[in-house]
Design a protein around this ligand. Structure first.
Ligand SMILES: [Zn+2]
Length: 475
């Protein structure tokens, strides 16, 4: 009864809205603001994701989900019947391609709840149109959500799904399997490859032989491997042929004195080594050189480390209102505790230094990617986190255009999707984040993102946020 009523309402909405794929209803159509076949954004400022300077007074023309023209406004002929969006005071960015996302959220202790319902919608509302998960607690849920989005039955970013965490014994999270050796590592990777997972994440307590087997088998299956390391150093993983390392240099154990092979040092020892490491030292430079020579991408996740340092802002009210009330309470209490330097995991100075090392890596020619990692104690909320990551990259010294490139083109390149997404260019899919105002002058303007287009369909982000109140932490 309820279902048929809903279907009737949706059908009513759709018939009043010209959708370009008329034979198939647009999923989440109650959240759609634009689905016309021809849309022209006129007189916009364009930050195209290539890293090049922003261009003013541009017109971008979309036809059936693709960008078909992008040039000075005076040079673009707008077809009769096009829907025109006056973008005079707007800035258009490519949809974000974020590579350290999750479909789960911390529920206290070592428990994580799957957010199959809220997260895909919120990621989209925050400008992400493509994402890779970086470790899964419920791989089948992630796979099914990915497939529902790909079929057009649900809304959210296109997803590259990473299998369950590949970790050895010692992690107190009940949802995570402990590898028992290289045979188990091989079996696990093959199993999830057969289940259509396309990416792998190694985790803190994996051993060198297990990681080597994971990399070899995953590569054989045509997938890439990333890792949040601890027992294995960055340099060891680079020499094994890993594709990507997570969390900038925030989790590197390369600088721990007396580091024992295949053993994760105590957290205090790791933090101490990072607090004293000199970015200009030969050991840092040679590690970066080794990573760059081996084409290892590095993922920046400043958003999650910001929550662990004192003196950093609390999550914005918009993000707090998305949380289940109990979750919000717990987050706010922990955030208050973190304002005492002695309680923090990372000092302000170490945060700034390590963020600067990510820029140093990119400046030296390394491929820097962006992710947000909505874990920690819960202050990183999809819908807000991708924008915040860009702001933090700018704070670390990147120009706005460079920061956008890291959050768009670089991720697309790493995922092998750059022919289709990652920049605003003729022939690419119309994945567009629309900003009210000028984020080049004030990065905070990023917070005003009323519309996000994916494949030419424009979603009303305020409607998505309104519909998702109180859902983060619940489902
Ligand atoms: Zn993570």
């Amino acid at each position: 009864m309820r279902r048929s009523l809903l279907t009737t309402v949706l059908a009513g909405l759709l018939s009043s809205m010209p959708a370009f794929a008329a034979d198939k209803p647009v999923a989440g159509s109650e959240l759609v603001a634009y689905a016309q076949p021809v849309i022209a954004f006129t007189h916009a400022t364009i930050v195209d994701g290539s890293g090049g300077k922003a261009k003013k007074d541009q017109t971008l023309l979309v036809e059936k989900g693709r960008i078909v023209a992008l040039d000075k406004a005076s040079r673009v002929k707008i077809p009769d019947g096009a829907t025109i969006i006056d973008a005079r005071d707007k800035t258009l960015l490519p949809g974000f391609v974020m590579v350290h996302e999750h479909m789960f959220y911390p529920a206290g202790g070592a428990e994580y709840n799957e957010m199959s319902y809220s997260f895909p919608r919120l990621y989209l509302a925050g400008g992400a149109t493509t994402m890779r998960t970086a470790g899964s607690m419920m791989p089948y849920a992630d796979i099914n959500v990915r497939d529902a989005i790909a079929r057009g039955d649900s809304i959210g970013p296109d997803m590259d799904v990473t299998g369950p965490y590949l970790n050895g014994p010692g992690l107190p999270i009940p949802a995570v399997h402990s590898l028992t050796g290289v045979e188990d590592a091989e079996r696990t990777v093959n199993y999830w490859a057969d289940e259509s997972v396309t990416s792998y994440k190694a985790y803190m307590q994996i051993t060198r032989p297990e990681l080597q087997r994971v990399i070899d088998v995953a590569h054989h299956r045509g997938s890439k491997v990333t890792a949040h390391l601890c027992s294995v150093t960055y340099r060891e993983a680079v020499d094994m042929g890993i594709d990507n390392l997570e969390h900038g240099f925030f989790v590197s154990t390369d600088f721990v004195k007396d580091k024992q092979p295949d053993t994760c040092p105590k957290n205090a020892a790791v933090m101490e080594s990072l607090a004293s490491v000199d970015p200009a030292s030969p050991e840092v430079k040679s590690l970066m050189r080794d990573m760059i020579d081996h084409h290892v991408a590095l993922t920046s996740t400043l958003t999650v480390f910001e929550t662990m340092a004192a003196g950093r802002p609390k999550a914005p009210e918009g993000a707090l209102s998305l949380m289940l009330p109990e979750v919000r309470q717990s987050y706010e209490a922990t955030w208050r505790r973190m304002q005492d330097q002695r309680a923090t995991r990372i000092s302000r100075e170490t945060y700034r230094k390590l963020a600067g090392m990510e820029k140093q890596y990119a400046d030296a020619g390394g491929l820097l990617l962006a992710g947000t990692d909505p874990t920690g104690y819960g202050g990183v909320v999809p819908g807000f986190s991708s924008k915040r990551e860009v702001e933090l990259l700018v704070e670390s010294g990147f120009s706005f255009e460079q920061a956008i490139k890291i959050a768009t083109y670089n991720g697309a390149k790493y995922l092998g999707r750059d022919k289709d997404v990652g920049t605003l260019a003729v022939g690419k899919r119309a994945d567009i984040a629309v900003i009210d105002g000028d984020p080049l002058r004030d990065t905070g303007a990023m917070e005003h993102m009323p519309l996000v287009f994916k494949n030419g369909v424009g979603y009303d982000t305020q409607k998505i946020f309104a519909a998702m109140q109180g859902t983060v932490g619940l489902h």
